[in-house]
Design a protein. Structure first.
Length: 251
């Protein structure tokens, strides 16, 4: 089916999210809590757009709004920009030291406003990506606790989690850098725990904790020599592609 986004006709599949259609057609919609690996969050609301369906016009969250028929989408109207500014004000107040949020404030011409300050001693905007990433891995080491202005992401009882494997998935998806992960001298520190890092069989660079390696082995059945760092995995994939291409061209 065809939908219209900012005057541009775009092909979409039934049930596909508006944000995905926009990105595929190089139409920018700002996001904060979105990850391609963890779609449909809709927590930060920054990706709001206006949709026109027949005579009906409303504001929706594009990362979780599925296409079900012909629709016109407006991503940057005056109404949407005004709403995004207010969202950015509130989110930036919760993460005043985040470079990402500062960049967003500058992009929308916003200054710091003391009336919105809700500083909790960290830069967490409660987007939920870290918790969901931990759940998708299958560990469940962190969760949101408390309510209202004291709500935060934490380990059980704010103690080092017994089940955390130090994979760092939570820190890598955090948009504001609120989750601190320190790596030096072959060790990784995160959530109050210190893990020894094991070397990559390909390049020798320390990259995985002993606990994570054991978890990956149990899940995949791979031998330790087959579990490589990201760079070595990419190189191996590239070699396989070259070999496949070579075999095809020689036939």
């Amino acid at each position: 089916m065809i939908i219209t986004i900012d005057g541009k006709q775009c092909e979409a599949q039934y049930g596909e999210y508006i944000l995905d259609v926009a990105r595929r057609n190089n139409i920018f919609i700002p996001t904060l809590c979105h990850s391609d690996a963890l779609p449909g969050q809709g927590n930060c609301r920054l990706c709001i757009v206006e949709v026109l369906e027949g005579k009906r016009r409303r504001v929706v969250v594009s990362c979780s709004y599925p296409v079900k028929g012909e629709v016109e989408v407006l991503t940057n109207t005056e109404k949407i920009r005004k709403m995004r500014k207010n969202l950015i004000r509130l989110l930036a107040a919760a993460a005043p030291d985040s470079d990402f949020m500062r960049d967003l404030q500058r992009e929308y011409g916003l200054e710091e406003e003391e009336r919105f300050q809700v500083y909790r001693g960290e830069d967490c905007i409660l987007c939920g990506l870290c918790v969901r990433a931990c759940e998708e891995v299958g560990i469940y080491a962190i969760s949101t606790v408390n309510r209202g202005i004291t709500k935060k992401v934490s380990t059980p009882y704010a103690e080092p989690s017994a089940v955390c494997i130090g994979c760092g998935a939570c820190a890598r998806v955090c948009p504001t850098g609120s989750i601190k992960m320190k790596e030096e001298n072959g060790r990784r520190e995160i959530w109050g725990k210190t893990f020894a890092l094991l070397p990559c069989p390909g390049c020798g660079k320390p990259f995985i904790t002993r606990e994570e390696l054991a978890y990956v082995q149990a899940k995949t059945g791979l031998e330790p020599a087959e579990i490589l760092c990201e760079k070595c995995r990419q190189k191996r994939a590239a070699r396989k592609m070259r070999d496949v291409f070579k075999d095809v061209t020689m036939k």
